[in-house]
Design a protein around this ligand. Structure first.
Ligand code: ATP
Length: 292
């Protein structure tokens, strides 16, 4: 079976400097919701820009729906929808006009275009705003408009770069539901990048963790927890006096039971506790860093 997206030893350098994406290989299967997680500067946006044909890799092979992302750009573009951080909507055009303009760019015939505009505006709950100027929309509504617009030519694969960055928790939840439904109900294959752990935990079937241009971990959350340990003993290193941040030591155990047993054997338990491990613990373990 051909993967929906396939990267093989992909590399990207700017101006002959050290690569910002290095030897990156992974596949995304049709219907999968894949999350690329990493701190700022890890190379996530560059990766998504290469897969969506906006930036050319300096090495390796990228295939999307079986087409080469360098040599068969237009075939790739027809099959993908893209919502990047800097994707622009025209603030002086109405919501409907933004959709119409995009539909015309894709040469979608009039009747089909009107039907799809209605369908996707309804899907992202913007029908009531169709005649409002885009600049009057809230941040969450703008993001929903970008998603509706990216779906107008009915791509099979959707790319979302940091879809909920800068949005308040309630607005993020609402977007998550839309994104999840697009994958689970509409069957879209999706790649999203984020530096939010909860976003990945909630939405993604599989997770790739990137750091410094490299893929350092790949699997389902359950697999990552199994690999690193499902139980954790946490010990406070110093208290949070004088405005200092609390510092913690973590020790992974294969299961929570084993973490509990370890704690029982300790004569001095002050400042120690056990809990199930999560993605953030694994990320810190792998990179020695917290995500901001
Ligand atoms: N056009 C460019 N020219 C030179 N360097 C670039 C260019 N685009 C990105 N970079 C560098 O590549 C590295 C990776 O950036 P990238 O935006 O891909 O990371 P990211 O993981 O998406 O982070 P963020 O969440 O901040 O966007 C950074 O060091 C960045 O400065």
């Amino acid at each position: 079976m051909t993967a929906a997206v396939s990267l093989h030893q992909v590399q990207k350098s700017f101006n002959n400097a050290a690569p910002v994406v290095n030897d990156l290989s992974f596949d995304i299967q049709a219907g999968e919701m894949f999350g690329l997680l990493g701190p700022n500067g890890a190379g996530k946006s560059t990766t998504i820009r290469m897969i969506t044909t906006l930036t050319q890799p300096t090495g390796g092979l990228i295939q999307v729906a079986g087409y080469d992302a360098v040599k068969q750009k237009s075939s790739v573009k027809q099959r993908i929808g893209v919502v990047l951080q800097q994707t622009s909507i025209d603030g002086d055009m109405s919501v409907w006009e933004n959709m119409e303009f995009h539909g015309r760019l894709h040469h979608i015939p009039t009747k089909q275009r009107q039907e799809r505009i209605d369908r996707w505006l309804d899907y992202v709950e913007l029908t009531e705003k169709r005649d409002d100027k885009a600049k009057t929309l809230s941040g969450g509504m703008k993001r929903r408009l970008q998603i509706a617009r990216a779906l107008l030519h009915e791509p099979g694969i959707l790319f979302l770069d940091e879809p909920t960055v800068g949005l308040d928790p309630q607005t993020r939840r609402r977007l998550w539901e839309i994104i999840r439904n697009l994958n689970k109900t509409e069957g879209l294959t999706m790649l999203l990048t984020t530096h939010y752990m909860d976003e990945v935990e909630y939405l993604c079937d599989r997770i790739g963790i990137m750091d410094k241009g490299k893929l350092i971990e790949l699997g389902t959350l359950a697999e990552l927890r199994q690999n690193h340990g499902e139980g954790l003993v946490v010990k406070q290193k110093s208290d949070a006096k004088n405005g200092q941040a609390e510092q913690w030591d973590y020790k992974f155990f294969p299961t929570l039971d084993q973490a509990n047993q370890f704690l029982d054997t300790q004569s001095e338990k002050t400042g120690m506790m056990t809990r199930p491990s999560n993605l953030e613990d694994i990320f810190v373990e792998l990179t020695g860093r917290n995500l901001d």
